[in-house]
Design a protein around this ligand. Structure first.
Ligand SMILES: [Zn+2]
Ligand SMILES: [Zn+2]
Length: 344
């Protein structure tokens, strides 16, 4: 069997013809397998959805309990066979519940990695290398210029600023699902024990993480705070809200933004970000290459992001590689600019 017969790009997303299954479909389909809860991958309206328990819960929070006709929870590593094709879910390290999906049929194994990272994250199950014949990877940060520093060093810079400007509120723009909770966990790991304040739009997802056993300490809603409380306080909010009326009542705010894109100084400047924090939930250039090699795959398909550099790099390693040029991914999370929050 050729890899293209097992998985192929279609306008709806990756499709597995023998199983009749789409992975992370962009439009409603009969049967969808979903890697993680970000809205560019997890959409409402499919007849049937299989995903990890955490991803199903995130979808229910965002889209309502009836987001799909039927749902099935995938257990880590436990294969499920659909029309003779074996599917299994493996941690991707991107956000809580995020999975790579392995597809096996007729002696061929393809891994769809969704979005992933290798760096440590106290709020996500650690990435596991899944050996395969064909590795399908994103390339959001697929250029050699992207090398993410240690996230705890970035959080140390935030806390240094809080210490330096104890009168000023510190507004940290962070994407609502995954990044916000990771930043809070890192702030706690660094020993900061004052209350953390939250934009209301992040409350449901943060309470969900807490219900899953993650502990962020004393987390309060910013809207309930007295103005006097917020000097020197850390306020986590959606990037798009930092310029809203909402933000005007905070004392002399320092604006920070947690994103892999903050590696690009011009982006930070353009967004009016005073304190750029390079904290990414995607693999950087080195991680992409290392992961490709670790899987032992002889062939690499690149779904979205900076496909060309990674495809070229694979060629220099003697690996077969091609861009899939799937459109519609990368519209949420890291892809968002500081000034433009997407829905959800
Ligand atoms: Zn994502
Ligand atoms: Zn994505």
């Amino acid at each position: 069997m050729r890899p293209e017969d097992l998985l192929q790009p279609t306008p709806q997303g990756l499709y597995c013809p023998p199983a009749g299954v789409h992975i992370d479909p962009l439009r409603p389909v009969r049967r969808a397998l979903i890697t993680h809860g970000h809205s560019d991958h997890a959409r409402a309206g499919h007849d049937a959805v299989m995903a990890t328990e955490a991803t199903l819960k995130v979808m229910a929070i965002r889209y309502g309990e009836d987001f799909a006709g039927a749902t099935q929870a995938a257990t880590w590593h436990d294969p499920v066979t659909i029309n003779g094709v074996r599917f299994s879910f493996h941690p991707a390290g991107h956000i809580h519940g995020s999975a790579q999906i392995a597809v096996e049929h007729g002696g061929l194994k393809i891994v769809v990695s969704g979005d992933y990272k290798r760096a440590a994250d106290p709020t996500a199950e650690g990435f596991e290398v899944v050996p395969c014949d064909v590795f399908i990877t994103e390339a959001t940060f697929g250029l050699p210029v992207f090398r993410h520093p240690d996230a705890s060093d970035e959080v140390a810079r935030l806390l240094a600023s809080v210490a330096l400007f104890p009168e000023r509120a510190h507004m940290v723009g962070a994407y609502s699902l995954g990044k916000a909770q990771r930043v809070m966990a890192l702030v706690r790991q660094a020993g900061h024990d004052r209350p953390i304040y939250l934009h209301g739009a992040m409350e449901k997802l943060t309470r969900f993480y807490e219900s899953e056993g993650f502990d962020f300490g004393d987390v309060r809603l910013a809207r309930d705070a007295e103005k006097g409380e917020l000097g020197g306080a850390i306020i986590i909010c959606p990037p798009g809200s930092m310029k809203d009326l909402w933000a005007r009542r905070f004392p002399d705010p320092v604006t920070a933004f947690a994103s892999g894109w903050m590696r690009v100084r011009a982006r930070a400047k353009q967004g009016g970000v005073e304190l750029p924090l390079v904290i990414s939930d995607h693999a950087d250039w080195d991680e992409l290459g290392r992961t490709v090699l670790d899987t032992g795959a002889g062939e690499v398909w690149v779904t979205h992001g900076q496909e060309d550099a990674l495809v070229h790099w694979c060629g220099t390693r003697g690996l077969k590689a091609k861009p899939l040029r799937l459109v519609g991914y990368g519209d949420e999370g890291e892809a968002e600019a500081p000034a433009a929050e997407t829905a959800g």
